[in-house]
Each structure stands twice: as C-alpha cells, then as structure tokens.
Design a binder for this molecule. Structure first.
Ligand code: CMP
Length: 139
C-alpha cells in the first residue's frame, strides 16, 4: 500500500470537474485520505516545481499554477503511485489513452488538469510539502 500526491490544477477547477476527477480515483480503488483547496503563491509554486527550473516552460508553468486555486489530495491504495499515473494518462493529452483524466479534461501539455507524484520517493516529499502529519489519517 502506498500514498501519492495528486493536484487538480487551475484549468480543471475552472472547468468545474473536481468531482468527476475525484470519481476517477475512487472508482479505481484509490482512497482520498487528505484533501484541501488552496492558492499557491509564486514562491510556493516555484519551490514545488524547482526540478523544472531550467526548462523553457518553467516560468509559464509557475504562472499557470498560480492563476487559480488548486485541490491537493493524498491518494492511498495498492501501488498508488503508478496507479494514479495510469489513471491520469500521458503528460501531453494528445498522447493520453482513452478514459484517462487528461484525455477527458486536459487542454494542452501545460494545462493538463492534474499532477501526480512520479515515484514513491517524490510522493513522500510532495505530500510533506502540502500536508502536516495530523492532516492525514489512514485506518
Ligand atoms: P506535471 O505532471 O505537473 O509536471 C510538470 C508540469 O510541467 C507538467 O505536468 C505540465 O503541466 C508542464 N509541462 C511538462 N512538459 C511541458 C512542455 N513541454 N511544455 C509546457 N509545459 C510542460
């Protein structure tokens, strides 16, 4: 059993599809064990995506991620990191499989509706970025 971090991004919030996206997780046996809606400051967004600092899309990505609220959640379940990545689909929605979140809700490679941790190691770091220990309860 694993925990992974999910972010529903500003484009999906704007499209009013939070419920539909959460339903994808639930119907695939991922349990939402923590969740909150918040607005990232520029500094926090820059820090979260620091790994992409040298990429040409970094500044645009930070602008986009601060352009509206996001919903962050911790998903829990068997093989949760990979399962969430499968449910999300490819980063570029043009390459995403049918039935994935990005195929259904993403606008383009940047405004791609959701983020999910790409490894168990990063999941731990990203969960700690947004949640305190007492905000996550698993029984
Ligand atoms: P995410 O899974 O949040 O991780 C990094 C984000 O950078 C990614 O989703 C996209 O939103 C964005 N991204 C990745 N590749 C590109 C690209 N080639 N052009 C623009 N944005 C990108």
């Amino acid at each position: 059993m694993q925990q992974t971090l999910s972010i529903i991004k500003p484009d999906a919030i704007e499209k009013n599809v939070i419920g539909e996206i959460l339903k994808h997780f639930e119907k695939n046996n991922l349990k939402i064990v923590a969740a909150k809606m918040l607005h990232l400051t520029k500094e926090r967004a820059e820090k979260f995506y620091l790994i992409h600092k040298d990429k040409p899309f970094y500044n645009d990505l930070v602008d986009f991620m601060t352009s509206g609220s996001i919903l962050v959640s911790v998903l829990y379940g068997e093989d949760a990191v990979k399962k969430n990545r499968d449910i999300m689909g490819a980063t570029n929605p043009e390459q995403a499989d049918k039935g994935t979140i990005r195929k259904d809700f993403a606008t383009n490679i940047e405004k791609n509706a959701v983020h999910g941790s790409d490894s168990l190691e990063n999941a731990k770091i990203e969960i700690a970025f947004f949640f305190k220990e007492d905000e996550i309860f698993i029984r």
